[in-house]
Ligand binder design. Structure first.
Ligand code: CMP
Length: 136
């Protein structure tokens, strides 16, 4: 049986820049997610480096951190039964070219970097990521 879960979602700079916030939030709500908390912020590059620390050895790490801190983002706590997995399904594959029809990245993603949304990949990481942005 699944449990009520929370996961962290980020609407990335490419999507905020194209005014896709409301459309993406509607997709979450239509799938039964409750947006428990949200805020629009702009990260310093050093914050992005901390957030994506798990990727620090990857060749794309620097570009990724530059990108996430390049403009405003919307960070949200999403809640529903099975939120972590359901959010990953709704986002679609990391590279929008491989994302299935009906997913956020298929609909709005521009490239593997500008893929419009981030979502926690496990329950443990969801807790860490939620705490990173909403710890007060
Ligand atoms: P996200 O879910 O935010 O997690 C890490 C991000 O790194 C990922 O989405 C992509 O936007 C970005 N990225 C860039 N290149 C790659 C790659 N080769 N493999 C995985 N992620 C990549």
């Amino acid at each position: 049986m699944s449990n009520l879960e929370q996961t962290l979602s980020i609407i990335k700079p490419d999507a905020v820049e194209r005014n896709l916030e409301d459309k993406i939030k509607t997709m979450f709500k239509n799938e039964g997610f409750k947006i428990v908390k949200e805020k629009k912020i702009k990260l310093e590059k050093t914050d992005a480096e901390k957030f994506y620390k798990v990727h620090e050895t990857k060749p794309f790490y620097n570009d990724l951190c530059e990108y996430l801190s390049s403009g405003p983002i919307v960070v949200m706590i999403l809640e529903k039964t099975g939120a972590v997995l359901d959010n990953r399904r709704l986002m679609g594959a990391t590279d929008p070219k491989n994302a299935e029809d009906g997913t956020i990245r298929k609909e709005f993603g521009l490239s593997i970097d500008k893929n419009s949304v981030h979502g926690s990949d496990s329950i443990d990481n969801a807790k860490i990521e939620i705490n990173f942005f909403f710890n007060n």
